[in-house]
Design a binder for this molecule. Structure first.
Ligand SMILES: Cc1cc2nc3c(=O)[nH]c(=O)nc-3n(C[C@H](O)[C@H](O)[C@H](O)COP(=O)(O)O)c2cc1C
Length: 252
């Protein structure tokens, strides 16, 4: 194994172990009673996500982030709009080891990195998927910047993560504490390397999860009927080519 791979392996093991550590407020112990809530056919959905391309654990230099791939799959299968949380200053364009250090500093200092605004008008949505990579066992701090700015009370929130071993990293419990008047529906955790390299498997997992939540998957977008576009094709797609609307942050 190359020295760089060893460093990455060591880092990721520390990250996964730290995944159990409690960082942001997290007092609500269970969202169990809400796991049976389903979406209604008339519900309008939005997918909010943060993701990062570049040097990534286990998958090398990627053109499209793992979470972005899953977010776009969800959007295509459900017709949900997409909103990407983008940092106001692109300080995450680092190699993996440097990024891990920066993210740790942000977490320890409870940083609230700024993101490009405006955020969408949430009043038109009933259901909001919220996804990001797991960073140091938690939502990346930029997600807390978003949570603190945006009122989502009363909506059905559906967390999803991509990760390297920490699974959902209690994203659902954390959301339940931040938004106590929301229903938190069953989340999905996707291994980052699968999102990047095994899209048939991830497509089937996403289909099964969405069906369980009560979504009717668009006929042409089930994993049996449509092969998920292969690596990074979506990034070249213009918004008008996508079936759903992508809401772009325009900056302040
Ligand atoms: C700064 C940083 C911290 C990470 N911490 C964890 C972690 O605690 N647990 C885990 O399973 N994976 C961790 N990972 C791996 C990412 O969650 C995983 O590679 C993810 O799929 C990246 O998604 P993205 O390409 O959308 O950014 C970390 C990655 C980075 C860059």
């Amino acid at each position: 194994m190359k020295p760089r791979s060893l460093v990455s392996l060591f880092l990721i093991m520390s990250l996964v172990l730290l995944g159990c550590r409690k960082t942001e407020p997290d007092s609500k112990e269970s969202v169990e009673e809400e796991t049976t809530i389903q979406v209604e056919p008339t519900d309008k959905a939005l997918v909010v996500f943060f993701s990062r391309a570049g040097d990534q654990f286990h998958v090398g230099r990627i053109v499209e982030g793992n979470t972005a791939i899953v977010a776009k799959m969800i959007s295509k299968k459900t017709g949900a709009d997409l909103y990407e949380i983008k940092p106001k200053v692109d300080k995450y364009n680092l190699d993996y080891k440097q990024l891990a250090e920066l993210a740790k500093k942000e977490q320890d200092g409870r940083g609230r990195p700024e993101y490009l605004k405006p955020a969408p008008d949430f009043s038109q949505y009933d259901v909001v998927f919220i996804g990001s990579p797991v960073w140091w066992g938690d939502w990346p701090m930029i997600m807390y910047s978003f949570f603190e700015d945006n009122e989502l009370q009363g909506k059905k929130l559906i967390p999803f993560s991509t990760h390297a071993g920490s699974e959902l990293a209690r994203f659902d419990y954390r959301l339940a504490n931040i938004y106590p008047y929301c229903s938190i529906l069953k989340g999905l955790a996707v291994l980052g390397e699968d999102a990047q390299n095994d899209r048939d498997k991830v497509g089937a997992d996403v289909d099964a999860w969405l069906k369980e939540l009560g979504f009717e998957i668009k006929p042409s977008e089930t994993s049996e009927d449509a092969s998920i576009e292969s690596s990074n094709e979506d990034s070249s797609q213009s918004p008008s080519e996508q079936k759903s609307e992508t809401i772009e942050s325009s900056g302040e």
